[in-house]
Design a protein around this ligand. Structure first.
Ligand SMILES: Nc1nc2c(ncn2[C@@H]2O[C@H](COP(=O)(O)OP(=O)(O)OP(=O)(O)O)[C@@H](O)[C@H]2O)c(=O)[nH]1
Ligand SMILES: [Mg+2]
Length: 182
């Protein structure tokens, strides 16, 4: 079965494992000691599944480089909204992902349920937003909220495809025009 991947990253304790865990049943969540990866498999249908993967050692990015770019949908970056001291590290992680492949990214401003959590907009402003990057609030202990983060990423991926459709249609129109003129 073809598998597409989403790479989940973020500083220690930001809630990566919690997010993966909340996204389904224990049977489709596992840790692989050999590769150092934590997985959550989301089965789309019998022709496709999406594997959310996260380095057990948050500082590692070598596993990301093993995923062929064409199999990678995008990134989820978990951020502890109550811990601004960790945001610098998150920014480096964002740059690492973008350096590998420029793909849609959802920044999950996690732990919104805790007192003192900064708002997603404040975190977005601090990080500096770029294209194909969006911030959404999250409480990874709540499955509904965890699902919303994945949905936001899938919407963003879908939108990129839509944009390609638009571009293709435009180029086709131009080609047809210049053909009819010649
Ligand atoms: N209140 C609250 N607690 C959370 C939330 N997300 C995660 N936690 C808790 O924060 C702690 C750290 O979460 P983890 O999911 O282990 O964080 P991690 O990013 O996997 O951490 P490392 O694997 O050490 O890098 C755990 O005790 C979680 O239960 C949240 O949205 N709200
Ligand atoms: Mg973890």
């Amino acid at each position: 079965m073809p598998t597409l991947y989403a790479f989940v990253t973020g500083p220690n304790g930001s809630g990566k494992s919690q997010l993966l865990y909340a996204l389904g049943d224990p049977e489709t969540w596992w840790q692989d000691a050999e590769t150092g990866l934590e997985h959550r498999r989301v089965v789309v249908d019998d022709t496709l599944d999406v594997d959310l993967i996260c380095a057990i050692d948050a500082a590692r990015f070598d596993q990301l480089l093993q995923i062929p770019q064409r199999d990678l949908l995008g990134y989820i970056v978990m951020i502890d909204s109550t811990d601004p001291d960790s945001w610098h590290e998150a920014r480096v992680m964002i740059a690492n992902c973008r350096g590998y492949a420029r793909l849609p990214m959802v920044i999950a401003a996690n732990k919104q349920d805790l007192p003192g959590a900064y708002a997603p907009e404040q975190i977005g402003a601090w990080l500096g937003m770029e294209t194909m990057m969006q911030v959404c609030g999250c409480n990874a202990t709540d499955p509904q909220s965890a699902r919303n983060v994945l949905l936001q990423l899938l919407y963003a991926v879908n939108q990129e495809f839509d944009r390609l459709d638009t571009l293709i249609a435009e180029l086709e129109k131009l080609s047809a025009q210049s053909e009819s003129e010649s």
